[in-house]
Design a protein around this ligand. Structure first.
Ligand code: NAP
Ligand code: ZN
Length: 353
């Protein structure tokens, strides 16, 4: 076991601050990584503030961070995929049982024994729970360590590990392609990646935003149209016309307003995870045989496929790179929808702590 620097929150109401955390020495299957960049996901904020306490209560201290890019510093004797010096990535998962029907289908994200990168019971008992990427160094089973295409910028790549795969996976499952009309609700970290993928897959892409100031950016990111979701008339013009809508909104909102925009047999997939339950009118679904579903990140093979797709199409996240000392300010800005379009921590800033 060794100690490494990190940023942690001591309670749901404390700011994040400097801390020392334990990491296990790499086992035969493990890769030790020096963290270079870590994206800030709205899920980090939800969990630091214990907003998901009914589903996954936060154990303190919590070290968030599941959009990790780093350099391999050590590998265990049995490691085959990675070597010292490689630039690699780690997302939301660091473990699964490997033997259940879901794992056998490469759906580690659906494994009942999946281990999240932070705030999950630590099977290695190095600490009560796993600690995430707001830290100098992390040790991860090689199966959960991804390769990064060489042409991609490391800071812009980090958010692909959560915002990227979370939007890529449901769009792939929905068969998003040319000829389809696709909506992306909420233009934040997930939403802006959703727009890039919908565009890359060739769909007619419409952004729904509550921030009129984001219109130009939405068009630049690849949207064909932008709708202010707070203006009923603008929404009404699109009634019954969407094949697929990806809902990335982080706060409670009126889902029916989006369901009514779906065509017959259209689907709205929720990836946003607001704190409180939201209501849905039965009639919005009955009329038009529409469906609502959910999606959680993606499996490891699909995450690698997404990274390779991004390499081929030169897709990265639009990031505002910040030092770790600005993380609490960044959380406040996230709450105001003031992010363009993902904060990414330059972990070199942790060295001075
Ligand atoms: P984010 O960067 O904060 O973006 C969320 C966006 O939602 C905002 O930029 C804003 O877009 C919109 N929004 C915020 N409050 C709103 C409100 N009251 N009404 C309508 N729209 C509102 O967050 P993120 O990192 O993309 O994450 C989005 C959600 O997905 C979070 O709940 C997060 O926990 C969840 N998530 C889920 C998964 C998964 O696997 N399912 C993975 C990662 C994250 P506009 O300014 O354009 O309106
Ligand atoms: Zn995330």
């Amino acid at each position: 076991m060794y100690k490494t620097k990190a940023y942690a929150a001591a309670s749901a109401t404390s700011p994040l601050g400097s801390a020392q955390i334990p990491r296990r020495d790499p086992t035969a299957q493990d890769v030790q990584i020096e963290v270079l960049f870590c994206g800030i996901c709205h899920s980090d904020l939800h969990q630091v503030r214990d907003e998901w306490k009914s589903i996954m209560p936060t154990v303190y201290p919590v070290v968030p961070g599941h959009e990790i890019v780093g350099r391999v510093t050590k590998v265990g004797a049995a490691v085959k995929k990675h070597k010292v010096g490689d630039l690699v990535a780690v997302g939301c998962l660091v473990g699964s049982d490997g033997s259940c029907p879901q794992c056998k289908k490469d759906l580690e994200n659906m494994c009942a024994n999946g281990v999240f990168t932070y705030n999950a019971p630590d099977k290695h008992k190095t600490a009560p729970v796993t600690y995430g990427g707001y830290s100098d160094s992390i040790v991860v089973d090689e199966h959960f360590v991804l390769r990064i295409p060489k042409n991609l910028d490391p800071a812009g790549t980090a958010p692909l590990l959560c915002a990227g795969i979370t939007t890529y996976s449901p769009m792939r499952r929905a068969g998003v392609k040319q000829g389809m009309k696709v909506g992306v609700a909420g233009l934040g970290g997930l939403g802006h990646m959703g727009v890039k993928f919908a565009r890359a897959f060739g769909a007619h892409t419409v952004v729904f935003t509550t921030s009129p100031s984001k219109k130009e950016d939405a068009l630049r990111l690849g949207a064909d149209e932008v709708v202010n979701s707070r203006i009923a008339d603008e929404m009404q013009k699109h009634a019954g016309s969407f094949d697929f809508i990806l809902d990335t909104i982080s706060a409670n909102h009126d889902i029916d307003a989006f369901i009514n925009l779906l065509a017959v047999d259209g689907n709205l997939t929720l990836v946003g995870a607001p704190e409180k339950p939201m209501s849905i009118s039965a009639f919005g679904l009955l009329m038009g045989r529409r469906s609502v579903s959910g999606s959680l990140i993606g499996g490891i093979a699909e995450t690698q496929e997404m990274l390779d797709f991004c390499g081929k199409h030169n897709i990265t996240s639009d990031v505002e790179v910040i030092p770790i000392q600005k993380v609490n300010e960044a959380y406040e800005r996230l709450l105001k929808s003031d992010v363009k379009y993902r904060f990414c921590i330059d972990m070199a800033s942790l060295k001075s702590e």
